[in-house]
Structure formats: C-alpha cells, structure tokens
Design a protein around this ligand. Structure first.
Ligand SMILES: [Zn+2]
Length: 316
C-alpha cells in the first residue's frame, strides 16, 4: 500500500477568476507539475474525488446559502457576497468537487486505503461560514470533511490545525460551540490583515468553550516563533484533547515570499510544522492525518513548500 494518498481532479482548474486574482488555477497546475517532475506523484496513491453529497455539505452550510451560491453561478455573477470572492459558471460544481476532495481524502484514510492524504484542491475553504462565502472560499472543505468523518465513520473527536496565514474564521464559526472538534489556528495578527478575527480570547462558546485556540502572530514572525507556538501551545492542547483524527488547513501564504502577508516562514518552518502534525497523528490517532490545501499565492514558494510538505507526509 502506498502510504500517502493524493486528491486531485482536472476540473479544479475550471474555477477561473474573471479578473486579476491571486487564487488562480495556475497554483494547482504548478503544484501537480512539481510533484510529477520530482517523481513524488508516483509514490502517492491517486484518489479521485466526487461531488460532495448534498447532505454532507448541509451539515456545515445552510440550504439557503447553497441555493444562493448555485443561483449566483447560474446567473453568471462575477462575485459572491464580498468582492474578493469570485465566481464563474463552473464555480458551484467545482466547490462541490473541492469539498468532495476533502471528503475523499478523509474517507481513504478512515477506511485504511491510505495512511495519510494530501488534498490538492481549490477553491479553498477555511473562510466560508455556514451562510456566507468570503476570502476566496465558497464551501468550507475542512469543516465538511470533519462533519463527514463524525457522521459516516464513527470518528468522535477531530483536531483541525489551521496554519494558513489568515485566520480560519469560517471553520471557527462552524465549530464554535462544538466540543468534539478542536480548532487551532495560527495566523498573522493584529495588523490590518484579513479577516481581522482570531484573537487569543476567542476560545469557543458554551459547550465548545476551550476547544478553539487562536495563536496570533505579529508581522515579521517566522520559524522560531511558530516552533515555540507549536511546542508550547498546540502540542499540550492536543495532548489534553486526544483527537481521533487530524485535519490540516494547509495554507502556505505564511512563507516569506508570499505577497498577501508579512509572516516570514521559511521552507524549514513548513517542514517543522508538517513533522509536528505527523508526530501528533502518530501519537494520538493511529497516524490518521489529512492535509487540505488552503492559501499560498506566490507560485514558486508555494510549490517548494508543497514539495517539502509532501516529502514529510511520505516520511522521506
Ligand atoms: Zn490565507
């Protein structure tokens, strides 16, 4: 058995910005090209995604929102809700295929077809909440995968580690009052960076109080600050929570070369973080780990980060 599954589908390229935009199909093309040219793709088990089942999507999103998204795409709207989140006629279907990709990765690992999976999917998801799409995100892929695991695979507790440089506000909202999903987000703050949430005192609500953990990082922070946060904050939290499955909202826009933020992570930082989540998965949940692509907009550093991420997931 190949240890690492990879989720990809050429239809992910159909979601094309109608204007100049950093979240473009070229990101995935470059990633797949790199994995192939470095002979990494052949070491991975291909996983073909399907459109997410409506029931699985509705576990996270409102019916009204889903209908609104579908109608906006059919009408030919160029944006949804906020101007930064673009649409074309394919976007609704591609969003369902993207959510279906996170589900397919989770399913493969839950059923033992792969030990781990990397989901090379788009559009990204972590800013999408129950009734709103924003920040380039239409459906919250990682949240849908977490709910899917709980509903269909008898998984109890899920840990979501979100290291995209932007706060995963959508994922946080979905699980704010849910003690069965621990949401950890490390992100740039408090400059005027998108979306502006993710302060330390956002810790969950009601029964979910204590299962949301935000670690805001000052502009200019890098590998060392992230290492300390992982070792002193995330690891002890995971130890207490004892997840049965780990999902990673893997954004690579915290790299020093990325134009959308001012965090200065290097390739070594991403290597460290990947090793850390693999280690936690080994320790707490039989290795069950699925990494889901979020942001990362500077093509050269994005592809190099992913190469390192995948090599670590392969255990090379
Ligand atoms: Zn981001």
């Amino acid at each position: 058995m190949k240890r690492l599954g990879i989720v990809y589908h050429p239809d992910y390229l159909l979601h094309v910005p109608p204007f100049e935009h950093p979240e473009s199909p070229e990101r995935l093309l470059a990633i797949m090209d790199r994995l192939e040219s470095r002979k990494l793709l052949e070491k991975m088990a291909p996983i073909t995604p399907e459109y997410a089942d409506e029931g699985d999507v509705l576990a996270v999103h409102d019916r009204k929102y889903l209908n609104r998204l579908e109608m906006a795409c059919r009408r030919g709207d160029l944006t949804l809700d906020s101007g930064d989140t673009y649409l074309n006629r394919h976007s609704y279907n591609v969003a369902l295929l993207s959510a279906g990709g996170a589900i397919a990765g989770a399913k493969a690992v839950a059923e033992g077809a792969a030990e781990r999976a990397f989901c090379a999917i788009r559009p990204p998801g972590h800013h999408a909440s129950r009734d709103i799409g924003m920040g380039f995100c239409l459906l919250n892929n990682v949240a849908i995968a977490a709910k899917y695991l709980q509903a269909r695979h008898d998984v109890g507790k899920v840990l979501i580690v979100d290291w995209d440089v932007h706060h995963g506000n959508g994922t946080q909202n979905v699980f704010l009052e849910d003690p069965s999903v621990f949401f950890f987000s490390i992100h740039e703050h408090p400059t005027f960076i998108y979306p502006g949430t993710g302060r330390r005192w956002e810790i969950g609500k009601g029964k979910g109080e204590g299962t949301t953990l935000n670690v805001p990082m000052s502009p200019g922070s890098g590998d060392e600050e992230y290492r300390v946060a992982f070792e002193q904050t995330l690891l002890p939290a995971a130890e207490r929570f004892r997840p049965e499955f780990i999902l990673v909202s893997a954004g690579f826009d915290g790299h020093a070369d990325d134009p959308l933020a001012d965090i200065r992570l290097t390739y070594e930082g991403y290597r460290f973080m990947t090793r850390a989540v693999v280690g936690m998965a080994e320790r707490f949940c039989g290795g069950k780990l699925v990494s889901v692509l979020e942001g990362g907009y500077e093509i050269s550093s994005l592809t190099s980060c992913i190469e390192i991420h995948v090599r670590e997931l392969l255990g090379e």
